[in-house]
Design a protein around this ligand. Structure first.
Ligand code: TNX
Length: 534
């Protein structure tokens, strides 16, 4: 009798667990996690008879990009065909006129008969194909066939600004690596590439009217001040910007001023406003009207190269190297004459005057949070909150009415280490930027999202490169935090770190396959796979 009771309890237990498990929804393997994902019945067999079709010629680039990435990742080569409707055995990319107008939204339906990706924008269709690519990557193709489980996915991003910044002044990142990064950004549905092109160490952008900026200003980097010139030609910039546009990525150039200008001043010392003992020749000269003309010419060319119509003017850390502004007779005279409120006032004067030039080009001004209390017009300015130790600066920016991008050092500076034991890379009073912190960062802890609404544009990861001396080091800082950045930018609820970690496992395998030197947060003591020299 006793034995029978036991058997019954066991049976009940098994039954309950089965019921429970079947009611728990299966999680799609995609990063960033889709808003809705419901597993269907059966699966789609992708094989040599499958074609990619589109409903509109506007989708030609997306179809071609999807086929290229599919071939790269799975060695499956699919043909293309134009089609009006979804047919059997096709992956149908469908630009629809009706339905929701949310810009990057998409629907992806995988059924045994076909695969249908629907969106009202080209960007939405692109994101649908990136989700599909991740579903396909769950399986290893067997004799050219992949079985894709049926899913119904509906997705839309939480933030419209999902950015990544590279500092190419301290460490120059060649064109090919930028392109490869854009591919990863598209894979993770990031849509802004902020390019920190100039700083004290090096000027990396060709300017036709002032060729010495790149030729002389481009000499050296953080590890070798005498290294040979490195910069991007305008032709290279054109190629990169065009490539990014196809991937729904806006490229935003940063020309840092009035500080961080040492490299520019090496090339054209006549516009230098001097520096401090630690930061020599750090600033542009705010008291010389020629400086404004010169920089306006630089920005005019920059604005042609970058159709985003957004020019980031920096504006950060001027106080590091503006000691000369206190002693230079011309500059002190200028302050008096124009009734400017001290050095901080002069910084704002400089930025506001340059901003006028930018507005004449019909572009927006972007600046670091030092400009949160400037008089820049709020409808044409975007502020980047970076000083995590100064939450007031964020409040000021928002209360003053600025649209704001959230990128506090901790956790969004990827030059900060990922693990306590890592020694190369930054820490802030012992604090660093582990992947969980990137994943879990909650904007509401620093600003009420309900109160500020659309003023909070989104989030951005910034990779400064004072501690980067190779592309593998760059990868080690970026991967896998780029995946957490993506999910923290795309989804609203971010309290599912263990689910994310589960999904990340497949992505780590992918990095390995792609010869990326990454950090494994699940095995912190693991020695990374050696990367082949290509
Ligand atoms: C601060 S963020 C900087 C950069 C450094 C970075 C290093 C900002 C506007 N300025 O110049 O590279 O810290 O983490």
């Amino acid at each position: 009798m006793k034995y029978q009771n036991h058997k019954l309890t066991l049976l009940l237990l098994v039954l309950c667990t089965t019921i429970l498990l079947s009611t728990v929804q299966a999680q799609s393997p995609i990063i960033p996690k889709p808003l809705k994902a419901v597993e269907g019945e059966g699966s789609f067999l992708l094989n040599e008879y499958t074609t990619v079709t589109t409903s509109s010629e506007e989708l030609a680039d997306v179809a071609s990009y999807f086929r290229t990435q599919l071939l790269r990742h799975t060695l499956i080569a699919l043909p293309f065909a134009q089609a009006k409707h979804v047919q059997e055995k096709t992956i149908f990319l469908d630009l629809v006129k009706t339905g929701t107008k949310l810009e990057e939204e998409y629907e992806l339906v995988v059924s045994p008969k076909n695969i249908h990706i629907k969106a009202t924008s080209v960007a939405g269709v692109l994101y649908g194909t990136m989700s599909l690519l991740q579903l396909i990557q769950q399986q290893v193709p067997k004799k050219g066939t992949v079985e894709i489980a049926a899913w119904h996915i509906e997705d839309t991003p939480h933030y419209k600004w999902r950015g990544l910044m590279f500092d190419v002044s301290r460490f120059f990142i060649p064109e090919e690596k930028i392109i490869a990064t854009l591919d990863w950004m598209a894979y993770y549905k990031l849509n802004v590439f902020h390019w920190h092109l100039t700083d004290a160490t090096g000027w990396r952008l060709e300017i036709k009217k002032y060729p010495k900026l790149a030729l002389v200003g481009g000499i050296g980097d953080h590890f070798d001040p005498y290294g040979s010139t490195q910069y991007y030609t305008q032709k290279q910039i054109n190629r990169i910007v065009a490539y990014a546009a196809k991937l729904n990525i806006k490229v935003i150039p940063e020309i840092d001023m009035p500080g961080h200008a040492t490299a520019a001043n090496k090339a054209y010392p006549e516009f230098s406003g001097g520096g401090s003992e630690k930061y020599p020749e750090f600033t542009f000269n705010p008291a010389k009207s020629e400086t404004y003309g010169y920089l306006t010419d630089v920005l005019r060319e920059t604005n042609v190269m970058f159709p985003s119509n957004m020019l980031h003017l920096g504006g950060d850390e001027v106080s590091f190297g503006n000691a000369k502004w206190k002693t230079d007779k011309k500059i002190t005279g200028f302050i008096k004459e124009n009734k400017i409120d001290g050095l901080k006032g002069l910084e704002h004067y400089f930025m506001e005057r340059m901003a006028d030039s930018v507005f004449k080009l019909n572009a927006k001004v972007l600046a670091w949070d030092e400009m949160a209390e400037s008089k820049l017009p709020t409808d044409k300015t975007i502020i980047f909150w970076w000083r995590h130790d100064k939450p007031d600066q964020l409040k000021k920016a928002l209360d003053n009415g600025f649209a704001t991008v959230i990128c506090p050092r901790i956790p969004y500076y990827f030059d900060f280490v990922q693990n306590e034991k890592h020694t190369s890379g930054r820490k802030w009073a012992g604090a660093y930027a582990p992947i969980e912190a990137v994943y879990n960062f909650d904007i509401n802890t620093v600003a009420d999202e309900k109160k500020y609404g659309k003023q909070i544009l989104g989030v951005q990861g910034n990779l400064w490169t004072e501690t980067v001396d190779s592309e593998t080091r760059l990868d080690y800082l970026l991967f896998p935090r780029i995946a957490a950045l993506s999910e923290s930018a795309w989804t609203q609820e971010r309290h599912d770190y263990s689910g994310f970690e589960n999904r990340l496992k497949m992505h780590l395998q992918l990095y390995k396959k792609e010869h990326i030197y990454y950090y494994n947060p699940m095995q912190p003591n693991e020695i990374p796979e050696p990367v082949q020299i290509k």
